[in-house]
Each structure stands twice: as structure tokens, then as C-alpha cells.
Design a protein around this ligand. Structure first.
Ligand SMILES: *[C@@H]1O[C@H](CO)[C@@H](O)[C@H](O)[C@H]1NC(C)=O
Ligand SMILES: *[C@@H]1O[C@H](CO)[C@@H](O)[C@H](O)[C@H]1NC(C)=O
Ligand SMILES: *[C@@H]1O[C@H](CO)[C@@H](O)[C@H](O)[C@H]1NC(C)=O
Length: 405
């Protein structure tokens, strides 16, 4: 514990800062958290804004746009990213009226009491199991939603974006400067990038240094994957840029891939943000590194990295934005055990690992509040599906980009 005390102390300080001035552009206001709900034991959504606020997080990403959740966040000041579920893509892509209906029902009805900053269209649809039917719907759905927002006068307040697995990148994509999108995805990716450039919206990626480490624990230094400031740096031979952590390398790989896909684009013109990143606190026996201590280190290092408001080596002028995955452990997520153990909190609202130091917080006493008992709020609309085998290549291809211990 003592080993991690300074990280936790920093985290507390950063979170207190956010509480002191929740609406100002404080450093930790840049940190967000994913509120996934693939579980049958979560507390009701009404209790979540208090939990989120008690740890100073000002931004929350949802995987759907459930009216119950949107109502729960009304007048809290918490900024939301909401999701158009995958299953809605075909109809919204096919019919502008469907897009207007969706935006009226899920966005306009809650605006402005609920602060909705963005809609992510699907989650990882280009690499998911239904990619063959959904990929061609992506940009048309985004276009229709953007027009719908414009017709309702909301397009300046709400941006349209989408969140992608790093498996959109081809293998091998080492070093970051060598990254390119999978060539079979370029017919979808180029219009997507054009949409972002046209509307000024960022591209979101789900980036997990954990996957690279778990796949190749002897080839990827743990400290580099955990974003430890003391990790040995790696220099990209093509750019000469020094990478001191794997998350920066992953984000810059996406920037490089964008430039490779659209050579006329100025690097950084389409901003890359991290819609999900995190580290599991538990996993199967063969899931190396999934421990509470590593999860605590990763997430507190991440908070520091984001709070520093620094960009990546390649795009230093744009502060890196990231959403931690996830708020709760989700007991109904399929896949290896790690999938169900990314949460900072258990369903009862207590910290999963010793963020215990965090809990007796100045203005929240969630840890002493037993009111988060298991009443089933598990609506289960979310799907923050993490790297299954089909997604592996995108993450694993970064293994070689890190120094060997
Ligand atoms: C894929 O599409 C089918 C048919 O719409 C749906 O039942 C299934 O849940 C989808 N799978 C995923 C993982 O989204
Ligand atoms: C880990 O073990 C499980 C079975 O316990 C297996 O299904 C899975 O493929 C293994 N994963 C890796 C990365 O070896
Ligand atoms: C702490 O919890 C008690 C009992 O649940 C409640 O009455 C009180 O208002 C809470 N304090 C704060 C600051 O939330």
C-alpha cells in the first residue's frame, strides 16, 4: 500500500481540485469515466451522479441514451457522452426522419438540464461481430444525426462521433509512425475522417495498454504499460519522438494512420481522444498483470497524465483526453474474467481496490452509505466490449513498440 500512497494522494488532490471548481476547465475535469451497465446488480441510475461527483469526475460516457439515466444526470453539471446503440445504426442511416426522431427523444427532450456534449455512433462497429452489416451504415448514420441536430438547433452544442477499437489498425503497426488503418476498412475510414474534418469533431478510440502487456508480458515492460513516469522511454526511429508510455504510443499510432489514409490532412487536424482505457483488477490465471495494485497504478498514472494537460509527442499542443473504463465492475460481460473486473467500484459503491484512501471524501460519504445495496438496476443496455480474440491484433501490434526489460 505504501508504495502506491503517493499516487493515491495525487489522485485525491486532483479530485479535490475538480470539486472545488466543477465548472471551470480544471485539469481533472478532462478525465471522464465510462458508465457501463452490463450487470444485474448495479444500483439504480439515480444514485450514480452522487458517486461520480464524490470522486470529482465531471464527465461520463454512456453506451446508450436511456431516458432514466439522462434524467438522473439532469442539473448535476456532469457532462455526458451518450451512445447510439449499434442496433439503431441501420434505421438511422437509412432514414433522416429516424435520426430526427432519435435526437428529439434522446437529446432534445433532456436538453439543457442534462448536459449532453456528444453522441458516439455505435461502439467499435468497424471491428465488431456485425461489422459486415453495420460498417456501411456508420457515416450515413453520423451524417443524418448531424443534420438532425442542426435542424433542431443543437449542432453547436452536441457533436457526433464514434468510438473504435485499435483493431482498426493493420498489423504490424510498429513503431507508431508505421501505423496504417486496415486496408479493407479504408472505404469506411476515409469518409469517417472526412466527416470529422468537416464537422470539427474528434475521433475516439478505445486504447488498452493492458492488452499489449497481457499478450506479451516478457516483451512489454510493465512500467511502460502502466504509464509509470519512470519507465524507460522508447524512441520512434522514423520520427525521433520519445515515448515514455504505451498509451501515448497507441494514440500517436492513430494520428499516423490518419495521415497515411489522408495524406493531404494536417497531422492533428482531426483530434484523437480516448473513449476507453483502463486496467482490470482481476482476471483468469493466464491474464498476467490483472491485479488490484496494477489497476490502481494504471488509473492513477492515467489521471496524472491527463491532468498534466499535455499532448502526445506527435501532437503536443492538444491535451490528451480520456475516459476511464469503468465506473463499476460489470458481472454480465462475456469473455475472460478480466472483462468483468475493470471497475473502480463494486456495485455497492465501495472501491474495488484501495482507493479506500479516497472514500472518506470531504463532501461525499459514499463509502459509509449502504444505500447502494444490490437493488437491480441492471438494464444492461451498454456494451463496452473489450478486446476479444478478433480484436487482438490492433492492441498486440504495439508490443514491439516498448522497451524490453
Ligand atoms: C449482431 O446483430 C444481431 C442481429 O441484429 C444481434 O442480434 C446481435 O446482438 C448483434 N451482436 C452484437 C455483438 O452486437
Ligand atoms: C486463457 O485461458 C482460457 C481458459 O481458461 C482460454 O480460453 C484463453 O484462450 C486463454 N487465454 C490466453 C490469452 O491464453
Ligand atoms: C452523509 O450521509 C448521511 C447519512 O446517510 C447524510 O445524512 C448526510 O447528508 C451525508 N453527508 C453528505 C455531505 O453527503
Amino acid at each position: 500500500m505504501a508504495l502506491h500512497y503517493s499516487n493515491l494522494a495525487f489522485l485525491i488532490a486532483a479530485l479535490l481540485l475538480a470539486l472545488a471548481a466543477p465548472s471551470a476547465a480544471t485539469s481533472s475535469a478532462l478525465v471522464g469515466i465510462n458508465y457501463g451497465r452490463v450487470a444485474n446488480n448495479l444500483p439504480p441510475p439515480e444514485t450514480v451522479p452522487r458517486l461520480v461527483s464524490s470522486v470529482g469526475v465531471g464527465r461520463v460516457r454512456l453506451y446508450d441514451a436511456d431516458p432514466v439515466v439522462l434524467r438522473a444526470f439532469a442539473n448535476t453539471g456532469v457532462e455526458l457522452v451518450v451512445g447510439l446503440p449499434d442496433r439503431c445504426l441501420p434505421s438511422v442511416a437509412a432514414d433522416p426522419k429516424e435520426a430526427v426522431a432519435w435526437v428529439s427523444y434522446h437529446i432534445q427532450a433532456f436538453h439543457p438540464a442534462t448536459k449532453i456534449a456528444a453522441i458516439t455512433v455505435g461502439n467499435e462497429v468497424l471491428t465488431g461481430v456485425n461489422a459486415s452489416t453495420l460498417a456501411h451504415c456508420l457515416v450515413p448514420a453520423m451524417d443524418n444525426l448531424h443534420s438532425a441536430l442542426a435542424s433542431l438547433g443543437l449542432d453547436r452544442e452536441v457533436i457526433i462521433t464514434s468510438a473504435h477499437s485499435l483493431a482498426v489498425l493493420a498489423t504490424p503497426s510498429y513503431p507508431p509512425s508505421g501505423a496504417v488503418f486496415r486496408s479493407d476498412l479504408l472505404p469506411y475510414v476515409r469518409p469517417l475522417l472526412a466527416f470529422h474534418a468537416r464537422t470539427g469533431s474528434p475521433l475516439y478510440v478505445n486504447a488498452y495498454p493492458y492488452f499489449a502487456y497481457a499478450e506479451d508480458p516478457s516483451g512489454v515492460a510493465l512500467e511502460y504499460a502502466l504509464l509509470d513516469p519512470a519507465a524507460a522511454a522508447f524512441t520512434d526511429p522514423a520520427t525521433g519522438l520519445r515515448y515514455s508510455n504505451l498509451l501515448h504510443a497507441q494514440v500517436d499510432a492513430v494520428y499516423h494512420a490518419i495521415t497515411a489514409a489522408v495524406p493531404s490532412s494536417k497531422c492533428g487536424a482531426v483530434e484523437v481522444r480516448v473513449s476507453e482505457t483502463g486496467w482490470p483488477s482481476a482476471g483468469d490465471a493466464n491474464e498476467t498483470g490483472a491485479t488490484p495494485a496494477n489497476a490502481a497504478r494504471y488509473n492513477s498514472n492515467l489521471m496524472k497524465l491527463v491532468a498534466a494537460q499535455k499532448g502526445t509527442p506527435l501532437v503536443p499542443g492538444t491535451p490528451l483526453r480520456a475516459y476511464v473504463f469503468a465506473l463499476y465492475n460489470e458481472n454480465q460481460k462475456p469473455g475472460p474474467s478480466s472483462e468483468r473486473n475493470y471497475g473502480l467500484f463494486k456495485p455497492d459503491g465501495t472501491p474495488v481496490y484501495q482507493i479506500a484512501g479516497l472514500s472518506p471524501h470531504q463532501d461525499g460519504n459514499y463509502s459509509s452509505n449502504s444505500g447502494f445495496g444490490g437493488a437491480g438496476g441492471g438494464v444492461g443496455g451498454g456494451d463496452g466490449s473489450l478486446g476479444g480474440p478478433d480484436e487482438a491484433s490492433g492492441y498486440f501490434s504495439f508490443s514491439a513498440a516498448s522497451p524490453v526489460r
